[in-house]
Design a binder for this molecule. Sequence first.
Ligand SMILES: [Zn+2]
Length: 505
Amino acid sequence: MRIRLVVVALTATALAFPAPAAAQNFGAPPSGFTVENPVMRHIWALGMDSSQTDRLAQTLFDSLGPRLTASPGMDAAQRWLVKIYQSWGIEARAEGYGTWRGWQRGPTHLDLVTPRARSLEATLLAWSPGTPKGKPVRAPLIILPDVADSTAFAAWLPQAKGRFVLTSYPQPTCRPDDSWEKWATQATADSMKARRTAAQQAWTARLQHAGFGATRQLQQRLQRRLEGAGAIGILTNNWSQGWGVDKIFDATTDHAPVIDVSCEDYGLLYRLAANGQGPVVELAAQSQALGEVPVFNVVAQIPGSELPNQYVMLSAHFDSWDGGSGATDNGTGTITMLEAMRLLRLAYPHPRRTILVGHWSGEEQGLNGSSAFVHDHAAIVDSLQALFNQDNGTGRVETMSSSGFTLAAGNLARYLAQIPADVTRNIKFNFPGSPGGGGTDHASFVTCGAPGFGLGSGDWDYGRYTWHTNRDTYDKVSWDDIRNNATLVAMLVYLASEDRASCRV
Ligand SMILES: [Zn+2]
């Protein structure tokens, strides 16, 4: 939610880098430069030979960690980002756009204590309460029953008191379908998939009979109902259909912790409970609700020398879910834009137009940061020449769309023609494309007629393995490709800044 605009201006410190030397020898030329251009060559040389991408990312992903909107982790990461820009002689500021529910994660431990000891792989959902004072709580388990209707559910509800409730579908196998397809006979693989699907549908029906459903919102309503009945906690599993991978979203309860338990461990707990083997677990979970706190985007800029009131923008959301480190969603887009700004500052310190970068917050809650920026900065949006956004994983940029802007399409095609084939070889240019949907931040600009373009990277099992999962971590990133993407973005921004034509109709 947005309540007010607070601009925290942070002034640039002394230049950390010398001005570029135009006559320098920048090493072996890449294949495919179609025009001789010293700025482009310099960007290439810096991007390839002295890339800072993995070094910056290691601090951001590992040490600062995930960047949940309105968390102290996000605040610390934003302060770091502003400082990095300032150390490069780039003006940067954190710009307030409203408030959000503040929350801080602490450690979580979940152990099976009866009928045997086993430490379970478990993650507290974002915004979930912890156990009272973070102390361990022991309780038996109960499975959400299959009741006839919501009246029968209400009659059952007192049994949830003093127990951990298992509310998710127990996967019959945490072996992904493609493994079954690879190793089983076709008949066995088919029958497993049919059983999985039927059981999943039956579980959805179970949720519906109780008066809820399988959507996140309806499950959260169920969790609050169980909390109201005195459940000690709620155990869930949101398996992402790959080895060891769960999606970790949020909870809306006030007292009862909501935990994602790995597919294997959730299945274990469920089978023990279903077979009357008396499972008891002990949970110690720490977290802190911080009330409504201010939230910020980080914006940095290199002022234009000829047309300072015309803008070319780099864009990537900075916030993440916090089951992993937010490495590929959207640490990679973040590092791409950050590194591209470094290359531009060194190779193109006096751009013709103003170069702006937006590191948005609140994307995961509904593009909140970028849409607030669009709302609060009509003058920038009105004279925006082009915006390049990246938000999907780690691979090389493989798709670019002109978002339905027919005039822009010609410009983008011209830019791509000037970028070395080493960088652009795999890009499918979608002309005229269609306006960006609601998936990520360039949509905030496109919906008000500003030319925002999405740079789509290769798949790299993003949807299944890293997107919003507990495995979205530093090690998943392909640094060669991030280096390549940062160089591409810097070149596109340079060409758009210098363009004698405009992307605007
Ligand atoms: Zn994202």
